[in-house]
Design a binder for this molecule. Structure first.
Ligand SMILES: Nc1ncnc2c1ncn2[C@@H]1O[C@H](COP(=O)(O)OP(=O)(O)OP(=O)(O)O)[C@@H](O)[C@H]1O
Length: 497
């Protein structure tokens, strides 16, 4: 059999238990020059892994298991090979046999080889894409802003990046909480592992548990037979960003608290627990202490999350950054839209500085994008921002730092009237009218102002108004606002009362 193998294959070699080559067939000798070896004598006695790159013969000797067909690629080319262990009469492995069944299989086994190289290329592409996706997109350096408030945020972020503790990011919508979470991840020892984000407000309550903890294979009818990994598992070794944590239903809050304490998750329908090593960064634009006080948020979870809070300032609290932000955002907007670079006149900047920006940097970006797209001019002037509500008095500072208080102040500035000491609104020049009509008028104006402030985004508008999205839809329907085009609603914002 030995002779038959040696004659019928392209080449054969025999290796002893310590991986040393003890014999090669006549046919094998023709591969020696391509392997960079001068003659049989320089080959025999060497360890096979030292002279045949990528060989798996050592594994065959260690495992005692044959590899009947494999493709071996090294500097000599690609070969179809077979490897078998050699045993003594007692059954002990005493070496191995390596057979070159076919050299240059790319010519004789074209379809298979083409498929092999295509799969290899796809694998390399997928690995490259995965690596790029996992690389954090934002670092602290990409957070524009050098105002004292932003410098303080960056200082705190640098400090928490060096720890593994839970971080809570507080701030109004659009202030850059997600950006900061990514930057903290990028600056932490977990930067090479995954950053996984979940927007709790965007996932229906019934699906949240599976989203977080995963589902065991075949757990219930309709479940994927193979099961599904939850976000905790996907973020293992890395960072899990829980956006809009204030929207988490109470029963799930209890489970989240347990996971944070134990670092263990139990996929739905499974009776085993998975250990995970995840750093959690949570964010909210809501007033969590107030939610704790009204029983909407668990106090124990709040204290667990609030270990290292960082408050992101609203844009109106850091107008010193407006110039740098507009420069940066305009550059990005023009590049992404294939426009020539545009800049802002001094009056335009002043106009922007007078707006209260309830939607913060997201609103600023949208406003700049709209203006940049609507004109061919390279210099954006104040009149290009005609859609912005007229400048108003400076807003009152927001002691809570986040949420409805600030939003409410923004709405009042949108032209609804003067805030009263007791929190109500005095409608200027409003004639006395039946209460239901007055309420309907106030609701109409508030909704219009909120939609104007959020550029028609109903989810964000509902949040500004402090009501559920479903309630906003219902009220818009009752007040006949859903029949109007969004632009019409926005253009009537403010002066409607
Ligand atoms: N300091 C900054 N420099 C440049 N761009 C920023 C900065 N902060 C935020 N942005 C941009 O503003 C937009 C909103 O940011 P982000 O999504 O991080 O806000 P958020 O606070 O998480 O909002 P939400 O609470 O609505 O989820 C994004 O386009 C982001 O890139």
């Amino acid at each position: 059999m030995f002779d038959t193998f040696a004659r019928t294959t392209q080449g054969m070699l025999v290796v002893d238990r310590s991986h040393r080559i003890v014999w090669i067939s006549e046919g094998y000798k023709k591969f020696l020059p391509a392997l960079g070896v001068e003659g049989e004598h320089a080959f025999l006695g060497r360890k096979v892994e030292d002279v045949v790159p990528n060989t798996l013969i050592p594994q065959v000797i260690e495992s005692g298991r044959a590899m009947m067909v494999d493709l071996l690629t090294n500097r000599a080319g690609t070969f179809l090979v077979s490897r078998m262990p050699l045993r003594n009469e007692a059954g002990e492995v005493i070496g191995a046999l390596g057979l070159v069944l076919m050299d240059h299989p790319e010519t004789t086994m074209q379809p298979l080889m083409q498929k092999f190289s295509r799969l290899q290329r796809e694998l390399e592409d997928a690995q490259r894409q995965l690596a790029a996706q996992r690389r954090p997109k934002y670092t602290l350096a990409s957070m524009v802003g050098a105002s004292p408030a932003m410098m303080e945020v960056k200082r705190q972020a640098r400090r928490v990046a060096g720890t593994d503790a839970t971080v809570l990011l507080l701030g109004e919508t659009g202030t850059g909480k997600e950006l900061l979470a990514q930057a903290i991840h990028a600056g932490s020892s977990r930067a090479r592992a995954a950053f996984v984000g979940v927007n709790i407000a965007a996932v229906p309550d019934t699906l949240l548990e599976a989203e977080f903890f995963g589902v065991a294979g075949g757990a219930y009818t309709g479940a994927d037979r193979k099961g599904r990994d939850g976000k905790f598992k996907l973020a293992d070794g890395g960072t899990l960003f829980l956006d809009e944590i204030g929207d988490m239903p109470l029963p799930l809050q209890a489970k989240l608290l347990r996971v944070l304490q134990e670092q263990e998750v139990e996929p739905l329908g499974s009776n085993t627990v998975l250990r995970v090593n995840v750093r959690v960064i949570a964010a909210t634009s809501r007033d969590l202490p107030a939610m704790v006080a009204t029983g909407q948020f668990r106090a124990d979870l709040y204290y667990r999350l609030n270990v290292l809070p960082i408050r992101l300032p609203a844009l109106r609290e850091r107008l010193a950054d407006l110039d740098a932000l507009t420069d940066n955002l305009l550059d990005d907007i023009c590049r992404r839209n294939g426009l020539a670079p545009k800049s802002l006149s001094a009056e335009a900047l002043e106009r922007l500085g007078a707006h209260p920006w309830p939607g913060n940097i997201r609103e600023l970006r949208n406003t700049l994008e709209q203006a940049a797209l609507l004109t061919d001019d390279l210099l954006l002037r104040a009149e290009h921002f005609g859609a912005l509500p007229a400048p108003a008095a400076a807003p009152a500072p927001d002691p809570a730092g986040a949420g409805p208080t600030a939003a409410g102040a923004g709405l009042a500035r949108g032209g609804l009237g003067e805030p009263l000491a007791g929190g109500g609104l005095l409608l200027p020049g409003a004639a006395l009218q039946p209460l239901p009509q007055a309420i309907a008028a106030l609701e109409t104006a508030s909704i219009r102002a909120a939609l104007a402030a959020t550029q028609g985004n109903k989810v964000a508008a509902a949040r500004l108004l402090g009501i559920a999205r479903a309630t906003l839809y219902e009220k818009m329907h009752q007040l006949g606002l859903d029949a109007l085009p969004v632009s019409d609603i926005q253009s009537h914002a403010g002066p409607a009362v």
